[in-house]
Design a protein around this ligand. Structure first.
Ligand code: SF4
Length: 248
């Protein structure tokens, strides 16, 4: 029987980072304070979701969506707001140019899925699913950070493996193209997934779900220095940001 307990990429990723962090975040309901990068990512995702869900996909509408999605909280000061706002404008300018040149049909933006893995629920949201003129499907994950991942990192990305699984098992098609769209550079990096890689990813998710189900939250203190809870967690040996920086 399917367990109503949900697992997702974020939950798996948090658990793999440190099981105790999973407990703090999802059982004790501690919150990671929002910061400029996280907020900016949400704004751009929301802008593109709103833009692609409407009928009028003109340049003006895209920037109306940006205005609707924008929020000033979680930035440090007016100068930072100004810099991020302009960065977002530039990203969307470049995005719109590529969008106009593309012949693909955007089937879904921010498409939620609810799949079964073993006896568990696995949920997530795929940023975009396109259908190309030749009938092939492409799934896409947006990234808004400035860093462009190398091919190896994209090839090993667990989230994309989960998305492929969801496409096959929930939406009923195998994506022909799989990409991460690095919006800051308007660049896509393509990858592939074999059945073995998808099975391995799902096994990691099931194993994680089983560990969570038996409340195995042993701390992994090897990454405390980069953890959001490094100064508040009882298992962390770090007492100041300076100590953490020295450990990097
Ligand atoms: S500070 Fe260390 S032990 Fe505590 S949740 Fe973070 S990584 Fe885990």
């Amino acid at each position: 029987m399917r367990q109503e307990f949900r697992i997702s990429y974020s939950r798996v990723n948090t658990y793999l980072f440190c099981p105790y962090k999973y407990k703090l975040l999802y059982l004790d309901n501690l919150r990671i304070p929002a910061n400029a990068n996280i907020t900016f990512g949400h704004i751009i995702h929301k802008t593109l979701e709103q833009f692609h869900s409407g009928k009028d996909q003109s340049y003006d509408v895209l920037f109306d969506c940006y205005g609707d999605s924008w929020r000033n909280d979680c930035f440090d000061d007016p100068q930072q707001i100004f810099e991020y706002y302009n960065r977002g404008r530039q990203i969307l300018e470049n995005y719109y140019q590529s969008f106009c040149q593309s012949t693909a049909e955007i089937l879904y933006a921010e498409k939620a899925f609810d799949a079964n893995i073993g006896k568990y629920r696995f949920v997530g949201i795929i940023d975009r699913i396109d259908k190309h003129l030749d009938g092939t499907y492409e799934i896409m994950d947006y990234k808004t950070h400035a860093e462009i991942w190398d091919q190896e990192r994209v090839d090993k990305d667990l989230q994309l493996s989960f998305y492929v699984y969801a496409c096959k098992n929930v939406f009923g098609f195998m994506p022909d193209k799989i990409s991460i769209y690095f919006l800051s550079d308007n660049k896509k990096v393509y990858t592939k997934r074999s059945q073995i890689e998808i099975d391995n990813a799902i096994n990691i998710a099931i194993e994680t779900a089983e560990n969570i189900a038996v409340e195995n939250f042993a701390p992994d203190i090897s990454k405390c220095y980069i953890c959001d809870f490094k100064l508040s967690c009882k298992n962390s040996n770090y007492k100041s940001e300076d100590e953490c920086k020295k450990a990097e």
